[in-house]
Design a protein around this ligand. Structure first.
Ligand SMILES: C[S@@+](CC[C@H](N)C(=O)[O-])C[C@H]1O[C@@H](n2cnc3c(N)ncnc32)[C@H](O)[C@@H]1O
Length: 296
């Protein structure tokens, strides 16, 4: 998946080894703000460090779903459960995984993309879930930064001088959608609240939970511009993670208050450095019960 905030390289803080994101298969039809393509190699390492294959990989804040999709495609767990609260994003997953992938792929292929056409299409009231799915992907791939939250503008000048076409690759998108359908028997999608679903897996030793919540703490309000649903009780989320009897991994901005929250709950933290497209460095924080596998 292309990432709207573009982190093409991720560098392990201690190993100084850049991850080549171009080598990670792009499997999601979304270009998702805060997408985690850069984390794919580390999630593979995490799964392979385990003594047995997880029975279920739970991704409660799925968004563009690149991590869950990778786990399903690469059979890093027996099955994947993806959860998302946003009804527009959920419509895309429900359509692809619910038997209407071919319709969505064809709809994308036959759409003639013009600025006027996009404006007309996104102002319609969708009459079905699959129409909402198409409208959502169209908005996602023609808005600035892939942002779906209200107020996101359409790409007029676009990126690479290609205007509104700069992120709309009909054949590629149609193929990704068809490929996801091929692994749909291994993925369960649930539209809902992460806080309702996580408790179902707390006592399951063979469940692993990957959490990438919207982050709006610490005075950083980025999440509130990027997502329709961005208010999260982080303290409650950490408290739930403490009860996970299998394993979990959280990913956050590298902020002092997140480090403090992790410390309070007895979790390990590990900053991971990344370079964005402008070659400026940022760090993301991984939080888990035990992160020794990162060094292996
Ligand atoms: C940081 S994004 C996830 C990005 C994803 N990891 C990817 O690679 O595309 C967080 C997502 O959580 C969703 N979300 C927010 N609150 C939620 C909740 N209570 N339950 C489930 N999903 C929620 C948002 O709509 C957003 O899609």
């Amino acid at each position: 998946m292309e990432q709207a905030l573009l982190f093409p390289n991720c560098v392990d803080e201690q190993r100084e080894k850049p991850v080549n994101v171009a080598s990670v298969p792009q499997r999601s039809p979304f270009r998702y703000p805060g997408g985690k393509t850069w984390l794919v190699p580390l999630v593979r390492r995490w799964m392979k460090s385990r003594s047995c294959l997880p029975d279920v990989f739970v991704e409660p804040f799925a968004g563009g779903g690149i991590i869950g999709l990778t786990v399903a495609f690469e059979r890093l767990a027996n099955r994947v459960v993806m959860v998302e609260l946003d009804r527009n994003v959920a419509a895309v997953w429900e359509t692809i995984l619910g038997g209407e992938a071919a319709w969505l792929a064809d709809r994308i292929l036959e759409f003639n993309l013009t600025l006027e056409g996009v404006r007309a299409e996104v102002s319609k009231t969708p009459r079905s879930r699959r129409e909402l799915a198409f409208q959502t992907l169209l908005r996602n791939r023609t808005s600035h930064g892939g942002i779906l939250a209200e107020g996101a503008g359409v790409l007029k000048n676009g990126e690479n001088g290609r205007g509104i076409h700069s992120r709309w690759y009909p054949k590629t998108l149609a193929n990704r959608i068809r490929h996801i359908e091929l692994v749909s028997s291994r993925i369960e999608f649930r539209r809902g609240d992460a806080f309702d679903v996580i408790p179902e897996y707390l006592g399951d030793d063979l469940a692993v939970v990957f959490l990438d919540p919207p982050y709006t703490a610490g005075g950083k309000r980025a999440g509130s511009r990027l997502y329709t649903h961005f208010e999260i009780d982080h303290e409650r989320l950490f408290a739930l993670c403490e009860q996970v009897s299998g394993d979990f991994l959280l990913t956050y901005d590298n902020a002092e208050e997140v480090v403090a929250l992790a410390k309070k709950h007895g979790f390990a933290t590990k900053p991971v450095r990344m370079k964005n497209t402008h070659h400026s460095e940022m760090t993301e924080l991984l939080v888990g019960r035990n992160l020794d596998w990162i060094e292996r």
